[in-house]
Design a protein around this ligand. Structure first.
Ligand code: GAR
Length: 211
């Protein structure tokens, strides 16, 4: 049997960081054969940064406005990622667009989680609580979470894994968000584990997870 090397993971997060924590927990419990070598954030005061600092995970704060164009931002991100070097980039509630140059250099190696069942309720303007407001307003009876590979278009890349949650009559956007988040905390570690264990295969340009 060939042994699989431990993958280097860079996490990008802008918010509370609960998905980051769920993945970090799975790594420290050795459920995922990886190591989180870096947290990148555009929000110095967010929960994800506090968690990284408390857990001695290297943290890079990037003020996107410091970069005059996406080429210089892309070069800076690439220098950070190649120095690690990162095998996988995990966007966990990261609210900025990744420059095309990084997406191309890391093709099929950047994952994102979205709090709805893509391809519905994704794209520009669909982030945070707005996603759940739109789901409720649509009358959809199912929502959920989607893990997908990142391409150059927002919330568009190949879908790797999904989990559904019911939309209930008494739901508010906040209660639905909480229920979806609960599902994200098992779906995302499951997808990252599959990547690190090299269990993802492609068929007709669509990724699947081998058991
Ligand atoms: C999660 O629900 C994630 O799916 C969503 O932000 C939340 C981050 O929570 N991401 C997006 O809306 C991206 N378009 P967390 O910081 O507690 O992981």
């Amino acid at each position: 049997m060939t042994s699989i090397s431990r993958k280097n993971i860079a996490v990008f997060a802008s918010g509370n960081g609960s998905n980051f924590r769920a993945i970090h927990r799975a790594v420290t419990e050795e459920a995922i054969p990886g190591r989180i070598g870096l947290l990148v954030s555009n929000k110095p005061d967010c929960g994800a940064v506090t968690y990284a600092v408390n857990n001695r995970i290297r943290t890079e704060i990037i003020n996107f406005r410091d970069y005059p164009d996406k080429h210089s931002l892309g070069r800076h991100l690439m220098s950070i990622l190649t120095a690690l070097p990162a095998d996988l980039v995990v966007l966990a509630g990261f609210m900025k667009m990744i420059p095309d140059s990084v997406v191309q250099a890391y093709k099929h190696r950047i994952l994102n989680i979205h709090p709805a069942l893509l391809p519905r309720f994704g794209g520009k303007g669909f982030y945070g609580i707005r996603v759940h407001q739109a789901v409720i307003a649509s009358g959809a009876k199912l929502s959920g979470a989607t893990v997908h590979f990142v391409d150059e278009i927002y919330d568009h890349g190949p879908i790797l894994a999904q989990a559904a949650v019911p939309v209930l009559a008494e739901d508010t956007a906040e209660t639905l968000a909480q229920r979806v988040l609960g599902v994200e905390h098992s779906l995302y570690p499951h997808a990252v584990k599959a990547f690190c264990e090299e269990r993802i295969f492609w068929k007709n340009n669509i990724p699947f997870i081998r058991n």
